[in-house]
Design a protein. Sequence first.
Length: 255
Amino acid sequence: MISSERLIESLAPDRGLAEPVYKQMARAFNKMLETGEIEEGQSLPAERMLAERLDLSRTTVRRFYEELRKDDLLSTSRRSGAVAKAPPRAAQRTGRLKGFTDEMRELGLEPSTRLLSRDIVRDRVIASVFNRPSTAHFLRLVRLRLGDGAPLSREIAWFDLTLAPEMADWNVEGAAYHHLAKVCGVRLGESEQSIEAVLSSDDENVAFGFDSPQPCLLIKRRTQATSGQMVEYVESTFRGDCYTYRLTLEPCARN
């Protein structure tokens, strides 16, 4: 756990920057929390003490603490005062196909979605992924997926309208897998998923509120219908500071 002296030094702003001082301090705090320098439960200096040590106004320090509370990174108790909180992490177990909505509810989080764009497209690259002719049409959705109101993933999904033409009229409410089954009559079969480490793109920085590229998990999923034809291709970028994948490993049989 970082010492109180080191914490105060690390929060010192660069007064030559145009960025507001309280924003600089919040960014520095977030970085220390992500790297483990600040641990959950660590007490922060009182507003008056921090203002005096950094030669700042109480108003500026108060806005800094308010910024942390807004992001649910700070709690207050009578005994310890302001206390650091670790950002919530969604921990997903692999091995079973389920949509984001079911996944969040299993984790005890309230799922929600912001639709960023919805288009019917023809794309030769995507058509080749689906093994369809270049003239095939796909529903392309770009969505921001949230758990308990916090943005966790920016998702780009394509659905094959040759196999599921009813998806063209979907209002993008509810779960896509439910709509595929109940409205389109498409039964889902196997799904192949890969996970890789990436840095967030410019669009993802905007979606997640990052000031600079941050570590993320890029999850690519190809889902087939029981007929064997691919019906969905998804690329989801999850925030590395809020998302964990868990695997259950079985012991190898001994010869």
